[in-house]
Ligand binder design. Structure first.
Ligand SMILES: [Fe+2]
Length: 358
């Protein structure tokens, strides 16, 4: 079933006494909301407090309703804080302790910065810790910090929950296109990949000349980003302009990657994004990339190919590779200009996602 409801909220002489919509939770699995582009109004309740939902230009908001809660994908905001805390504790360790987990030349995983591929390469202003999370037998525990002590356990728990969320997101995306709900998931194969990247952006003396992360689109199917709670930095490109992604307390951001773009024959777009630096405060984030089995071939779903939208011949099948993870850049902004960008932001775990354009 799909039901549409248009809402008109006229100016109200007593906003202190009147609500546009009383407090409630949606009884649906997923609700898509096209927000007003200029006037805010929506608020969500979290830990007994109401938080405003900021407007993000070209945004579509998705609310996870009661029916979706049944799959038990939920994460308390206190749990997300624990995930942030292990990241912080790791990056604050003395350098010699962090170097125990350093990436080697042969390895993509471990602690370090960009792989240096050329003499003129501009490095990102960031330290990172890359870890393969799934399949579990691919984990190289020598790179998994033992300090803080709970690091491994919390990362395991967090990514187990994300795997459930990933399934929910891909099913919802399929259903939103009137497709069989497993049509994207079926391309994941038996040994779907999940890759975690902890990012530390130190204060930068020249933020006008230095980026924390160069413009790129993710090569994953879906990326989950746990943002810093206090320091902004992420921006997305839309119609040739960079838009900041505001911080929403207890938020988890979900980004549509290239592989979802391919499987949907371009119906969902993988946005170009970047991270800017600032001169005063450090910023810590954790990106988890979900993608089909390594070397699996993916292709556009049959139901999305027709005369008006022919198969994308140049990318009809793609071999999985992780080079883009190493350099943080798999395309230039020029290559992407003019495309429709899409980003999903989840506010609270039983809350909302914002889809930037669609
Ligand atoms: Fe990215």
């Amino acid at each position: 079933m799909m039901i549409a409801r248009f809402n008109f909220y006229p100016p109200c002489p007593r906003p202190d006494h009147m609500l546009g919509l009383k407090p409630h939770a949606d009884g649906t699995a997923i609700t898509f909301l096209l927000q007003d582009k200029e006037v805010e109004g929506l608020q969500i309740l979290k830990d007994g407090q109401w938080f405003r939902v900021p407007i993000i230009p070209h945004a579509l908001l998705i609310n996870v309703g009661d029916q979706a809660e049944a799959i038990n994908h939920g994460m308390e905001s206190s749990f997300l804080d624990k995930v942030r805390e292990i990241a912080k504790q790791f990056f604050l360790l003395p350098i010699e302790e962090k170097h125990k987990y350093s990436r080697t030349v042969e390895d993509l995983e471990g602690y370090g910065n960009d792989s240096v591929l050329s003499e003129h390469q501009i490095l990102d202003w960031t330290d990172r810790l890359y870890l393969i999370v799934s399949p579990e037998d691919q984990r190289k525990l020598k790179f998994w910090p033992q300090n803080p002590e709970c690091f491994r356990e919390i990362l395991h728990d967090y990514t187990t929950k994300l795997a459930m969320l990933n399934e929910l997101v891909l099913k919802s995306m399929a259903k939103s296109l009137n497709l069989e709900e497993n049509c994207f998931l079926n391309q994941y194969g038996e040994r779907a990949m999940m890759f975690g990247r902890f990012n530390f952006y130190p204060p930068c003396p020249r933020p006008d000349r230095t980026l924390g992360l160069k413009p790129h689109a993710d090569g994953s199917a879906i990326t989950f980003l746990l943002q810093d709670k206090e320091v902004e930095g992420l921006q997305i490109l839309k119609d040739g302009q960079w838009f900041r992604v505001p911080i929403i307390p207890h938020a988890l951001l979900i980004n549509v990657g290239d592989q979802a773009e391919i499987m949907s024959n371009g119906m969902f777009k993988s946005p170009v994004h970047r991270v800017v630096t600032n001169s005063e405060r450090e910023r810590i984030t954790l990106a988890v990339f979900c993608m089909p089995e390594s070397n699996n071939e993916i292709e556009p779903v049959e139901g999305l190919i027709d005369e008006k939208r022919p198969r994308w011949n140049n990318i009809s099948t793609v071999k999985g590779n992780f080079d883009w993870l190493a350099v943080g850049c798999n395309c230039t902004e020029e290559e992407r200009l003019g495309g429709v960008e899409e980003v999903v932001v989840k506010i609270g775990i039983s809350g909302f996602w914002l889809v930037v354009d669609g």
